[in-house]
Ligand binder design. Structure first.
Ligand SMILES: [Fe+2]
Ligand SMILES: [Fe+2]
Length: 181
């Protein structure tokens, strides 16, 4: 990955891999799979938006109207197909975690949740509120995810970008799960 990705993206992926490994140990997932998933989660970002569009068409991926228009979203589902095709990763759980890491979705597996959260709190992340999410992630996976997805939704709205329905459904599912504890 160090040879394939540019320096900044590589450092981010390394940070996500390390954060995912830590979260996996903390919440009972396989740390090795979490590390690999974190390392490849942004593989799609090595390509431009147009290249991703072309690859999605070549691979006949069925993508929804929101994903196809947002570069920030498109690298996840196309990247998921490419980690299998170009990196030879066959673990369906890892591929799924790459695919869902930008929008989230209701009913995420433990590994998917770990990658979503690790992407938010890896050591290189510096934004207002990150410490609160890191603090919650010490013992409350869903609680930390809820703060992270709220942050993501607010930021999407503030920047005038398209809001993906899966992100809204993910937030609602977390709220329902947390209130039902
Ligand atoms: Fe990403
Ligand atoms: Fe990322």
């Amino acid at each position: 990955m160090q040879k394939i990705l540019d320096g900044r993206l590589y450092r981010h992926c390394l940070g996500v891999a390390e954060a995912a490994e830590t979260l996996a140990c903390r919440f009972g997932a396989d740390p090795g799979r979490a590390y690999v998933a974190g390392m490849v989660h942004d593989y799609g970002k090595r390509y431009s938006f147009q290249e991703l569009i072309n690859k999605a068409a070549e691979l006949k991926l069925s993508l929804d109207r929101v994903t196809i228009r947002e570069c920030k979203l498109l690298h996840a589902p196309v990247g998921a197909a490419l980690v299998e095709l170009e990196l030879g990763i066959t673990d369906p759980g890892i591929i799924k975690a790459v695919a869902s890491h930008t929008t989230g979705r209701p009913g995420m597996t433990l590994l998917e949740k770990i990658i979503y959260l690790a992407d938010y709190i890896e050591a290189g992340r510096r934004y207002e509120g990150v410490e609160k999410i890191r603090g919650a992630a010490i013992n409350d996976l869903d609680g930390a995810l809820l703060i992270a997805v709220n942050h993501a939704l607010n930021s999407v709205i503030a920047r005038g970008l398209l809001l993906h329905p899966c992100s809204v459904a993910f937030r609602n599912s977390l709220l329902v799960d947390i209130s039902g504890r």
